[in-house]
Design a binder for this molecule. Structure first.
Ligand SMILES: [Zn+2]
Length: 233
């Protein structure tokens, strides 16, 4: 096998390795993107906060109702105890009792509103918890799928590295160096096949002289247009 054929094989192996590495990077960036789970958790935390505040509001109103109700009860006891005989005092007690009843009614309304808010918050918390669970589940599936794919790719890379070593053995070192330079210059593709008289790197026609020279495999022939090494089968 001549050297150009050797670097053409090397190029094919390197292209496969590049593809593998590119896919590995894509997988990594997919795994790095945990936004869905983070967002879902943020929603749960927000809903939890709202729920706690709704429970506190409800309890606060209930506490106030209890205080006002006990005040009312004491007033009523006093009113009907027979110990208060002064008509003015009795009238005050009665008025106070009525005011407390009105206050309790207002508080009961507020309590009802607070219960409705609490119910809404509860529902929101349930929905966001469910969404979070789903996001976690999907994340787990994705991780396992990508892990499997990553292992397959790592195996591929390993065997391609072996192929690369073999290919390198048939190529003089200076040619390998020029190939690496060409590869870094031309987006990873340093050697291209001449297919039906056309450079498969840039798509332009290659002269017959170039094709004949490249076919001999003894000299390095480059494409006049894209400068890549030409390989003729
Ligand atoms: Zn070309």
């Amino acid at each position: 096998m001549n050297s150009v054929a050797g670097i053409y094989i090397l190029q094919q192996v390197d292209t496969k390795i590049d593809r593998c590495r590119k896919r590995m990077a894509e997988i990594q960036s997919t795994l790095d993107d945990n936004r869905a789970v983070v967002e879902a958790l943020r929603n749960v935390e927000e809903a939890t906060g709202l729920m706690e505040s709704a429970i506190r509001d409800h309890a606060g109103i209930q506490g106030e109702i209890d205080i006002v109700a006990s005040k009312h009860e004491n007033g009523e006891k006093r009113l009907y105890s027979g110990t208060v005989t002064n008509p003015k005092e009795l009238k005050d007690l009665q008025d106070q009792g009525e005011a407390l009843v009105r206050r309790i009614a207002d508080l009961e309304d507020a309590k009802l509103d607070a219960m409705i808010v609490e119910e809404d918050c509860k529902e929101r918390l349930e929905i966001s918890s469910r969404n979070h669970d789903e996001a976690l589940h999907e994340r787990k599936l994705l991780e396992s799928e990508l892990d499997t794919e990553r292992n397959v790719i790592l195996d591929n890379i390993e065997s391609l590295e072996g192929e690369r070593e073999v290919a390198l053995n048939s190529i003089p070192e200076d040619l390998v160096n020029s190939y690496e330079v060409a590869r870094s210059k031309y987006r990873g593709i340093g050697v291209v096949l001449v297919d039906d008289g056309v450079c498969s790197g840039c798509g332009l026609g290659v002269s017959t002289g170039h094709i004949q020279a490249a076919r001999s495999g003894h000299t390095i022939v480059t494409c006049d247009n894209c400068n890549r090494f030409l390989y003729v089968k």
